[in-house]
Design a protein around this ligand. Structure first.
Ligand code: CTP
Length: 413
């Protein structure tokens, strides 16, 4: 297990991390640390109000850079921190963004360095991400909602708020997202948008075929590859629906998740969501067979030593059915299959591609990948086969998404 799952994700990126006043400033400290550990060069800028909640010294220690708090800071040769900081930045992330700070942005005010640099940033090139943080009444107030809508119209990306207990003791919407959630959003914002405008449907994980109320048949698929693809597709700008069998994985941010248990549940959910999809990626390890009958009560040992006999019936082949649907046949739905094999990867993958009727089939060796954090893939299409050598599932998912984008929209990195 990699100790830092975000290592290298922001390598070489220059990020301005802005703090305005709010109790959530303590989360900005953790966020700053996470960004640095992900490889970013972090320049912290704090408003006067933010300095009431956390000291610039703490943020300097965590970012490894002197902190800016004033537009009158005489350190820059040209005395124009607002220009220098934004021309060098890949993104500006304000966390926490207070109600007052969002109001300042909505009006285009520039009374403090942080608001000033948001206004002075090259708007086409440097994304502005805002992580609001405030009391629930302040968040719900029409003035705040008006300002939020205005700053979005002006090009800022609102990262949303969480519901929960607030520093003031009340409970509701307005909490700042957690540091790791903000980090994922920042990584997503900086990813190339190779699948912008695409609707992607993914199946992932194992299925569970019940024998009786306490037993069933399943397999060792962890769902990690499918979840990594869902995350990478969303980062690439797609709307993603993830139909997941029973797995213990967190939902990637911004992904719509539909939990299912059996192959038949997965089949129903996939057929429903395939109606709106442009791309279908079947990573699930769907059970090929299920017990023909499911006992209503637990099957008991009766002491006779006679073992239960079981008949099986075949489950629907989700991928083959979607790939043979009218939309897929018309070229409106690009289908990608996976093949979990234990030997003869190329030959088996080619045969499976033909049998399932999909343009792209991704082969991997099942026993070498189930539950692991890394894998190696073999991509088989009508031009031949290319290998994606062993790497983390995160990296392979990004590469696969780029390969799919190239085939679907002619996009190239
Ligand atoms: N698949 C599916 N529905 C099924 C079985 C498989 O959608 N009932 C999909 C998988 O998600 C994967 C591909 O089909 O994308 C191949 O799955 P795999 O288990 O490797 O192949 P099978 O068709 O089950 O063939 P076999 O077990 O004989 O290798």
């Amino acid at each position: 297990m990699n100790a830092n799952p975000n290592a290298g994700e922001l390598a070489g990126r220059r990020i301005v991390l802005g703090l305005s006043g709010g109790a959530a400033c303590f989360k900005a400290a953790e966020l700053c640390r996470g960004m640095v550990k992900a490889g970013a060069l972090v320049q912290v800028v704090m408003t006067e109000a933010a300095c009431q909640f956390i000291t610039p010294v703490a943020m300097q220690a965590l970012s490894g850079q002197p902190v800016y708090t004033s537009q009158w800071d005489a350190r820059p040769d040209n005395n124009m921190a607002h220009i220098n900081l934004t021309r060098a930045a890949d993104a500006v992330l304000v966390a926490p963004a207070s109600a007052d700070f969002i109001a300042q942005l909505a009006q285009g005010r520039a009374g403090e360095l942080l608001a000033l640099l948001c206004l002075a940033r090259p708007i086409e090139r440097v994304p502005l991400l805002l992580a609001p943080s405030m009391n629930r009444e302040m968040w719900a107030h029409p003035a705040t909602q008006r300002n939020v809508a205005q700053v979005q119209r002006d090009g800022a990306q609102m990262l949303g708020v969480a519901w929960g207990e607030q520093a003031c003791g009340e409970t509701g919407d307005g909490r700042m997202l957690e540091a790791d959630e903000l980090l994922q959003e920042l990584i997503a914002a900086l990813a190339p948008k190779a699948l912008a405008g695409q609707q992607v449907l993914i199946t992932a994980g194992p299925t569970f075929e019940a024998i009786d109320p306490v037993r069933g048949i399943t397999n060792r698929s962890s769902g990690k590859m499918g979840f990594a693809i869902a995350r990478a597709a969303r980062e690439a700008g797609a709307q993603v629906t993830l139909v997941a069998g029973p797995v213990a994985l967190p939902t990637p941010r911004g992904v719509r998740r539909v939990d299912v248990v059996s192959a038949r549940d997965m089949h129903l959910a996939a057929m429903e969501h395939a109606q709106d999809a442009n791309i279908f990626i079947a990573t699930a390890a769907v059970a090929d067979w299920r017990p023909a009958t499911q006992a209503e009560q637990k099957i008991k040992k009766d002491g006779s030593g006679v073992v239960p006999q079981m008949d099986f019936v075949e489950n629907p082949d989700i991928l083959a059915e979607v790939a043979h649907s009218a939309r897929a046949q018309a070229g409106d739905l690009f289908c990608v299959g996976f093949a979990a094999e234990s030997e003869n990867l190329l030959a088996n993958a080619q045969a499976k591609r033909a049998r399932k009727g999909v343009p792209l089939l991704v082969g991997n060796i099942g026993p070498a990948t189930f539950g692991q954090d890394d894998n190696a893939l073999l991509l088989v299409d009508d031009e031949g086969a290319i290998e994606l050598p062993r790497a983390s599932k995160r990296v392979l998912a990004q590469q696969l998404v780029a390969e799919i984008a190239r085939r679907v929209s002619g996009w190239s990195a």
